[in-house]
Design a protein around this ligand. Structure first.
Ligand code: PLP
Length: 384
């Protein structure tokens, strides 16, 4: 029997979205929010433009890339990209988590695209990146948030490609280094690695993606909310801080507050380091416990350091049905919720039964250290 651990994490929010606020966050940081002001006023437009410019600076996005604020969080941003840009060329879709598979569903069952090479990752593995034709468009998620598997290489993306790469990077941007020269369309939301509010997303377009916007009109209608271009006429205002519809100036202030924190700790390198440290702490704790818990990712270099996903893997657990394994995960994670040790660490129900701990930069590694003995305790309590 394992004793109940003495120490609880200081911040118990380990959800994979909305994610934990940055250390030191408080409502004080939102005092300057332009509440009740028109988003078209000069001051509000200035704030929105600051979001665009600081995103470029912090993420080191090339000057010739266009950056826009979108409605609908990352989903809004990625739907906007998909519906505006694909269909012009044959398509390769790579998916290894629930969200990547959502894009597959859109492409096959709603856009009804026919020339699609759909590759799914199974059993804790990424799909094959072999032989992707550089003249085809490619859709993929950088970090599979629900599977806990991230891309560990991008050499399969040709420098001289003529197709576009469309990357859902919502649980990677602000925690992983993004190779912008390999990415034509990138989307993410404020609610993930920055721990900011949901509601808004970001879209980042390379010059070639902008060219596609100007020269390609999809066969389907595009609702106003997602319309980046109207028959080849690009809505340029979207890329200088204007928004398609009314933004939340409270959320805008919150993300600017997160940027202040990012600057204060040393920018993107510090974020990446903090997140990687979280995984390193977890990996150290996992050593010697392989008999009952393991990473969902089969390949160590593909273990996500943002959405850190673990499987209960004792033979008697793996012998259970999927539903019974989920039930065990539910009971373990519920125990930790009731004890006010960790909230929202039950994995995404669309994936394999797993415990998922957010390891983005807003999370302190000391809290991961404190959390893990509790997981062992809760598991042991369930197995007696
Ligand atoms: C990879 C991925 N794509 C898309 C989404 C949806 O993001 P949002 O809720 O910000 O729209 C998520 C959310 O967890 C995600 O992890």
């Amino acid at each position: 029997m394992i004793n109940k651990p003495a120490l609880k994490p200081i911040n118990r929010c380990f959800s994979s979205g909305p994610c934990q606020k940055h250390p030191g966050w408080s409502f004080e940081g939102l005092q300057e929010a332009l509440l009740g002001r028109s988003h078209r006023s000069e001051v509000a437009r200035d704030r929105l433009l600051r979001v665009v410019e600081e995103s470029r600076e912090l993420l080191v996005i090339p000057q010739d890339y266009h950056i826009g604020i979108t409605p609908g969080s990352d989903t809004g941003a990625f739907e906007m990209a998909l519906w505006s840009l694909v269909g012009a060329k044959p398509l390769v879709v790579l998916a290894w988590d629930v969200f990547g598979k959502d894009w597959v569903h859109d492409i096959l069952n709603h856009m009804h695209l026919k020339d699609v090479d759909c590759r799914l990752g199974v059993g804790g593995h990424l799909p094959s990146f072999d032989g992707i034709d550089p003249s085809h468009d490619v859709v993929f998620t950088w970090n599979g948030s629900s599977s806990g598997i991230m891309m560990d290489r991008h050499d399969w993306i040709a420098d001289d490609r003529t197709g576009l790469t469309l990357c859902d990077a919502t649980s990677a941007a602000f925690a992983m280094d993004m190779p912008w020269d390999k990415l034509d369309v990138t989307t993410y939301s404020w609610q993930k690695c920055l721990g900011s509010e949901a509601a808004h997303g970001m879209i980042v377009l390379s010059p070639r993606a902008m060219e596609r916007l100007k020269t390609y009109t999809p066969a389907w209608p595009i609702p106003k909310l997602f319309r980046l271009a109207d028959h080849g006429v690009v809505r340029e205002a979207v890329f200088v801080g204007e928004t398609i519809n009314t933004p939340s100036m409270m959320c805008v202030e919150d993300v600017l507050d997160a940027f202040r924190w990012v600057h204060s700790i040393g920018g993107l390198p510090a974020l990446v380091k903090r997140s990687r440290t979280n995984l390193a702490v977890l990996e150290k704790w996992m050593e010697g416990r392989e008999s009952w818990i393991r990473f969902s990712a089969a390949v160590p270099s593909q273990r996500s350091h943002t959405s850190m996903s673990l499987r209960l893997c004792a033979p008697e657990v793996l012998a259970l049905s999927r539903a019974a394994q989920w039930d065990l995960v539910s009971r373990v994670t519920k125990r930790l919720d009731v004890e006010h040790v960790a909230y929202d660490i039950k994995g995404h129900s669309g994936d394999e039964p797993n415990i998922r701990i957010w390891g983005g930069a807003t999370v302190e590694s000391s809290d991961i250290e404190r959390l893990m003995p509790w997981i062992e305790w809760a598991y042991t309590m369930e197995m007696v």
